[in-house]
Design a protein around this ligand. Structure first.
Ligand SMILES: [Mn+2]
Length: 305
């Protein structure tokens, strides 16, 4: 039948089928619409679908690259993971298995992008990555408003408030944009040699002095990049469960992403989490979709920058 009668396939960026196939695509996308331990605003389970929907409106041409990057590397969107509802532990275990499985398949993606869902999923993501590729030479870069260094929260070690604490058990972490933490987390961070925290004031400093430290932190390392969207300024990203005043700009977010991809040995996995779409407010969904596209392009086409 004449394909002019049909909309493009329902995949990321509405790419042509060929570029969205797992055989051809160098970047894969795994949606995890999981939401169980949220403590304030709800809605992160709607995040992945909103990002995929908004991505269809993102222009393929990127003037920073002077081309249509996704038409060169391709992106395959996997089916969304089914939430495991028996317990947070079981869900984290399932995510670890899925991520490890995808990364150790016969022809794994060069970069796996994960869409949350709440930030607790990151514990499973980083463990899956470490299992598939080893934790040696692995570091994490964490953008967030919250330190997420609690050992447990509301009875669970797999709460969204514990995301970075679970990551730092696997590999060193560089935190950016942090502006909300508890007394216990502040104490923990002072004594933790595996975590480096750049607080909000320094993260938003026009000079961006910390970017040099970030480049050094990731140099020749395999990097897991985890982005809680509440790390951004809520005036541009209000669609999050726990918005906090302050936070980084869109331009600073891109500077961070460039510093990571340009200096790292590789970025096998990134995640973008905590989008809780606001009815009728498209700017946030679109920002998240464009950020995911930018991340793939910086990582997979860093040679063209
Ligand atoms: Mn957060």
């Amino acid at each position: 039948m004449n394909s002019d009668f049909f909309q493009p396939a329902w995949n990321f960026l509405a790419l042509p089928d060929e570029l969205a196939s797992p055989e051809r695509a160098r970047g894969w996308l795994l949606p995890i619409p999981y939401e169980a331990t949220i403590s304030y605003g709800a809605g992160t389970r709607e995040g992945p679908a909103a990002i995929l929907a908004a991505s269809r409106q993102v222009e393929l041409y990127d003037h920073e690259f002077g081309c249509e990057p996704a038409m060169e590397y391709g992106i395959h969107a996997l089916p969304a993971m089914n939430p495991v509802v028996s317990s947070p532990d079981a869900m984290i275990e399932a995510i670890e298995q899925v991520v490890a499985g995808l990364l150790s398949g016969k022809k794994p993606p060069e970069t796996l992008g994960v869409l949350g869902g709440e930030h607790s999923i990151s514990a499973g993501v980083v463990r899956g990555l470490a299992r598939a590729r080893s934790a040696k030479n692995l570091v994490a870069v964490h953008v967030d408003a919250h330190a997420d260094m609690r050992d447990e929260y509301e009875g669970s070690p797999y709460s969204h408030a514990c995301a970075a604490r679970r990551i730092v058990e696997t590999c060193p972490v560089f935190q950016i944009g942090i502006r909300n933490l508890s007394l216990g987390e502040a104490d923990f961070l002072r004594s933790c040699k595996k975590a480096r925290t750049v607080f909000s004031e320094a993260s938003s400093d026009p000079e961006g002095g910390f970017l040099k430290d970030l480049a050094k932190f990731v140099r020749n390392k395999n990097v897991y990049l985890t982005i809680d969207l509440d790390g951004l300024d809520p005036s541009i990203m209000p669609a999050v469960g726990t918005p906090e005043p302050g936070g980084i700009s869109w331009e600073r977010m891109l500077e961070v992403a460039r510093a990571v991809s340009m200096n790292a040995a590789s970025v096998p996995v990134f995640d973008v989490v905590e989008l809780a779409p606001l009815p009728g407010y498209r700017a946030a969904d679109f920002l998240a979709a464009k950020l995911v596209y930018k991340l793939f392009s910086y990582i997979l086409m860093k040679g063209n920058l």
